[in-house]
Design a protein around this ligand. Structure first.
Ligand code: R1P
Ligand code: URA
Length: 293
């Protein structure tokens, strides 16, 4: 079936609408970062940069690190942007952009988010690197996609809905086991809450009150105990991971989220040298990616 011009929008040069990229511009190993300035902080370590493209907040560099071809792309903030980035990256590899048809043979991307995050648990120190096992989305993106959750994921999302008395069901998705083992084996394992905002949706109060009272404390104390499964607790906040995991599952890509912990919401501390923590995570990730096939 041909996908019409209004549904998959291409620029005059045939590139995808927002990312401004052609299929040859990307590798099948893709690092996503929120901050557009972080793209160059990753690609500064490449031996060679062969592609540099920008449109809006979406900056892309593709190059080689120790012989491995890697693309790094900025997503900006929020799950709305993840909807655009994942759909357009997938279109670049799984849709014939000339004939506008879905390719029969699918390419499975490896997508690694290198992001910043705030922990909600006292015992996770500032400066930690945390790998997300399950991500829980409090945003509305999955109200629009037919995501299928496992029984355990449904248990978590129903329990959280009940706990917070939300008028909609959050979504819970497990990330890639393969990438977690390859890249995050010595990191703090965690379950990440993806929020549709930075302030009230993460329980921060400046001049406005909170509609969900004590949101942060409620999430901190949230537990799900299941027979034969270690107790489930939430560990950190950010704004993209759950959407990456959910769209990654539906589009059949491997996705993992690696988080530099820059804030501790329990102790009210912010890391004094976040650049160093992020740089450590970038170098660690690149070195580990170079060892993968
Ligand atoms: C908020 O400051 C931003 O930082 C976190 C959140 O997910 C949000 O995007 O990630 P990045 O540092 O990757 O942007
Ligand atoms: N990013 C977030 O979304 N929240 C934090 O507390 C820190 C980074």
């Amino acid at each position: 079936m041909r996908i019409p011009e209004s549904e998959l929008i291409l620029n005059q040069d045939g590139s995808v609408y927002h990312l401004n990229l052609l299929p040859e511009h990307i590798s099948d190993t893709i690092i996503t970062v929120g901050d557009p300035n972080r793209v160059a902080l990753v690609s500064q370590y490449f031996d060679l940069i062969e592609v540099q493209v920008q449109r809006r907040e979406f900056i892309t560099h593709t190059g080689y690190y120790k012989g491995k071809r890697i693309t790094v792309v900025s997503t900006g903030i929020g799950t709305g942007n993840i909807d655009i980035v994942l759909n357009e990256l997938d279109a670049l590899v799984n849709i014939d952009l000339v004939n506008r048809t879905v390719n029969e043979e699918k390419i499975h991307l490896h997508i690694i988010r290198i992001g910043t995050s705030g922990t909600i648990q006292e015992n996770i120190p500032l400066g930690s690197h945390l790998v997300t096992e399950y991500a829980i989305g409090l945003d509305s993106l999955m109200q629009f996609y037919p995501l299928v959750q496992t029984g355990y994921e449904t248990t978590i999302s129903e329990a959280l809905q009940e706990n917070l008395k939300l008028g909609y069901q959050p979504y819970c998705v497990r990330g890639s086991d393969i990438l977690r083992e390859q890249l995050g084996y010595d990191m703090v394992p965690g379950h990440t809450v993806t929020c549709p905002g930075f302030y009230a949706p993460q329980g921060r109060e400046l001049r406005l009150g909170l509609k969900i009272e004590n949101l942060m404390q409620q999430l901190q104390k949230f537990r799900v105990e299941e027979e034969n499964i270690p107790g489930f607790m939430l560990t950190n906040f950010e704004m993209e991971t759950a959407a990456l995991y959910a769209l990654g599952r539906m589009l059949e890509h491997e996705v993992i989220s690696l988080n530099a912990i820059v804030a501790n919401r329990f102790t009210y501390q912010f890391h004094p040298t976040t650049d160093q923590v992020i740089d450590d995570l970038i170098r660690k990730t690149l070195d580990r990616l170079a060892l993968t096939s």
